[in-house]
Design a protein around this ligand. Structure first.
Ligand code: NDP
Ligand code: 2IT
Length: 455
């Protein structure tokens, strides 16, 4: 297979698909960005495989199979009524039930949910574990809300969502603002409304009621394993590397944990208020206490850590020089000036723990500078991969030991790295993991869609 003379018409076709995406969904900037990035990789595929072009697979994959928007009314502790908007975009089910997280954050919009759902299609395909792509959430802001308020919100959210999901239909999980506490409240309401113990309807559950060992850790661990693979094929090693990590949520915490386990040093964590840099490396026990137990801020970490840590209020974490950067907070958090600063500081590898944290122009800076760049749909696939393993355990009413889950996660991450690398090489773009991930993910989905007819 090679890019042939028909690449030019293929590129025209891609541009036309993109123009139609923008025309049909105007003002959905995040979705446009995610679509453009994938589409930009696909011209050589259409040129080499006309059967995929003829079946309008690129056109079809850009349009969600179903989009659900709903009102979520709830009452706060003072009895005031609030109204939020709920979303579930069921993007593609050619490879399995829709699968993807729920995000609760004030910035959530249809555009954000569609960008995340679109990315999820290809990410989930790369895992090879038989899961389609979807995403959902709400513009609800959980910060500063009591447990009781979060519970009432989750119950109201599920009171509509339950009719759209199911273990063979659509299986949500966590994302920003949705962790173990929220999955618990959501599962409780689903069980109550449906009168069914259907463990496989949600993933990220507690270990005593259908959850999988290793799911909490999976995204961060997986991203570190992916970064280690990218370094390995360049003849470098993760142990001893200084690493800058952004965010201080689920992904960031377990990124730090795996880095330290493998002998690298995590220098930073951040939140929307600022960042902390710790010359001795982040003290994970203290950070977990503050974030997972007290639901505090990274500022509290700096105050309690002693002299090795400095808090930079409103600061930009990418000004800290490091060998490796693992953006693990949110979309578009690392732009061109940040990329230039990291390159000046000697960064060797950048791997996306978050979804689309690096802007397209920043990705180009890294690639032009020869920095290994791991796109989120490959690098952060460990979370959804272990979600798929949780679904497997649920369908067999089984519970696997942590060692089994961790070794399967490591195998999946190695396999994704290999597939992306080989695919990029096959299409004449050696070392370009963005091309590799987009093409390999698309080919798997497109082949299944082709076989299943025009649906
Ligand atoms: P959490 O809610 O646990 O943590 C999110 C972290 O990112 C917090 O530190 C938060 O800070 C920060 N953050 C969020 N939004 C913003 C913003 N707009 N500006 C600055 N900082 C922000 O979420 P996760 O760790 O689960 O998710 C992080 C990223 O990883 C997301 O992009 C998510 O889509 C992605 N991801 C998550 C997976 C998972 O399994 N959880 C799987 C794959 C990808 P603050 O508290 O100040 O808001
Ligand atoms: O972006 C993601 O892959 C996730 N938030 C995890 C999705 C899942 O279903 O575990």
């Amino acid at each position: 297979m090679s890019a042939t003379a028909s690449a030019a018409p293929a590129r025209d076709r891609i541009d036309a698909v993109y123009a139609e995406v923008v025309r049909r969904s105007p003002a959905e900037q995040e979705f446009h960005q995610a679509a453009r990035e994938v589409l930009d990789s696909l011209a050589p595929v259409l040129a080499a495989r006309p059967e995929l072009a003829e079946a309008a697979l690129v056109e079809r994959v850009c349009e969600p199979e179903r989009q659900v928007l709903f009102r979520v009314p709830w009452q706060d502790d003072a009895g005031r009524t609030h109204v939020n908007r709920g979303f579930r975009v069921e993007f593609n089910s050619a490879l399995g039930p829709y699968k993807g997280g729920l995000r609760f954050h004030p910035s959530v919009s249809l555009s954000v949910v569609k960008f995340l759902g679109f990315e999820q299609i290809f990410k989930n395909a790369l895992t090879g574990l038989g899961i389609g792509g979807g995403k959902g959430g709400s513009d609800f802001d959980p910060h500063g809300r009591s447990d009781a308020e979060v519970m009432r919100f989750c119950q109201s959210f599920m009171t509509e969502l339950y009719r759209h999901i199911g273990e063979s239909t659509d299986v949500p999980a966590g994302d920003i603002g949705v962790g173990g506490r929220e999955i618990g409240y959501l599962f409780g309401q689903y069980r109550r409304i449906t009168n069914r113990w259907e463990a496989g309807v949600l993933t990220g559950k507690g270990l005593s009621w259908g959850g999988s060992a290793g799911r909490t850790e999976a995204t961060g661990y997986g991203n570190v394993l992916f970064a280690a693979e990218m370094l390995r094929v360049r003849g470098e090693d993760l142990p001893g590397q200084q690493v800058v990590v952004s965010g201080s949520g689920n992904v960031a915490l377990y990124t730090v944990e795996k880095l330290h386990e493998l002998g690298a040093r995590a220098l930073t964590v951040s939140d929307s208020g600022g960042y902390v840099v710790d010359d001795k490396g982040i003290d994970l026990d203290l950070l977990k206490q503050i974030k997972e137990v007290e639901r505090g801020r990274v500022k509290d970490y700096a105050e309690r850590r002693g002299t090795s840590a400095t808090y930079v209020a409103g600061g930009n974490v990418w000004e800290v020089p490091a060998d490796v950067a693992l953006p693990s907070a949110t979309q578009n958090e690392l732009d061109i000036a940040d990329a230039l600063a990291l390159v000046r500081g000697g960064v060797k590898a950048v791997s996306e723990g978050a979804n689309m944290p690096v802007t397209p122009s920043a990705v180009k800076v890294f690639q032009d500078a020869g920095v290994a760049f791991g796109p989120g749909k490959a690098a952060n696939a460990g979370g959804v991969a272990v979600s798929a393993l949780e679904m497997r355990q649920n369908s067999g009413r089984d519970s696997w030991p942590r060692e089994r889950v961790e070794s399967e996660l490591a195998a999946v991450m190695r396999d994704i790295h290999e597939v992306c690398r080989n695919t990029a090489e096959r299409y004449g773009a050696p070392g370009d993991y963005v091309m590799g991930a987009n093409i390999a993910g698309f080919e798997r989905v497109a082949e299944a869609m082709l076989a299943q007819g025009v649906v």
